[in-house]
Design a protein around this ligand. Structure first.
Ligand SMILES: [Zn+2]
Ligand SMILES: [Zn+2]
Length: 209
């Protein structure tokens, strides 16, 4: 008899939608959000949970240089990336990271190390890059490009860290929720869990978008 295999676990369902590619990476072939038991789950988040056994904090990204890779060993969440950078600093004898760069950007969020172990500020670097290429790549919209976009993004981030809600900031600056959200992701902002202000949601954490 033929049987339709129903995945027993979220991991099983996830694995069935991945394909290994050259270089030891694993690419996701399913829809952006995987449905499981009434919830939606990002493939990268599931990958992170498979490796660590816990929910990620913030944005999950591959750190292997392969865009879209979901190999559990290649993805990390925001605290994980920050830890890795701190360890690299220690290994290279760089000592503790300064709190702020010369332009006043918070280095616990924006501090990076290049491939040679030299420390740099991600925002300063992005602004310099945007200025050098003119209009930038404009991933977010058509009104703000390059360095301009970074200025808006940093303003949005500051409002968010000051306690502003994404919806409130969006209203304030006359843009959409999605627009503000994308800027927060772009600047590696530590997002508060969904339903942060609603206690009855605090006990049933949902995935972060
Ligand atoms: Zn990879
Ligand atoms: Zn900076």
């Amino acid at each position: 008899m033929s049987a339709t295999v129903v995945p027993a676990t979220i991991e099983e369902k996830w694995r069935a939608r991945t394909v290994p590619v050259d270089g030891g990476h694993l690419m996701w072939t399913g829809a952006p959000d995987m449905r499981w038991q009434g919830g939606r789950h990002k493939a990268s988040h599931v990958a992170f949970t498979i490796r660590t056994g816990r929910q990620p904090v913030g944005y999950v990204r591959p750190d292997c240089g392969m865009r879209g890779c979901v190999l559990p060993e290649h993805v990390d969440d925001q605290p994980g990336r920050q830890r890795t950078r701190a360890q690299l600093r220690t290994l290279r004898g760089l000592g503790d990271r300064p709190a702020l760069c010369a332009q006043g950007h918070h280095q616990d969020v924006h501090g990076r190390l290049d491939q040679y172990g030299k420390a740099y500020c991600n925002v300063c670097s992005a602004i310099a890059h945007a200025n050098s290429v003119g209009t930038g790549h404009g991933r977010i919209g058509t009104r703000h490009h390059g360095a301009d976009r970074w200025r808006v993004a940093l303003d949005v981030q500051a409002r968010y860290y000051a306690g502003g809600s994404i919806r409130g900031i969006a209203l304030d600056i006359g843009r959409t929720y999605r627009y503000v959200y994308d800027l927060l992701v772009l600047t590696d902002t530590r997002l508060r869990p969904r339903g942060y202000h609603r206690e009855f949601h605090a006990t049933t954490p949902r995935r972060q978008a």
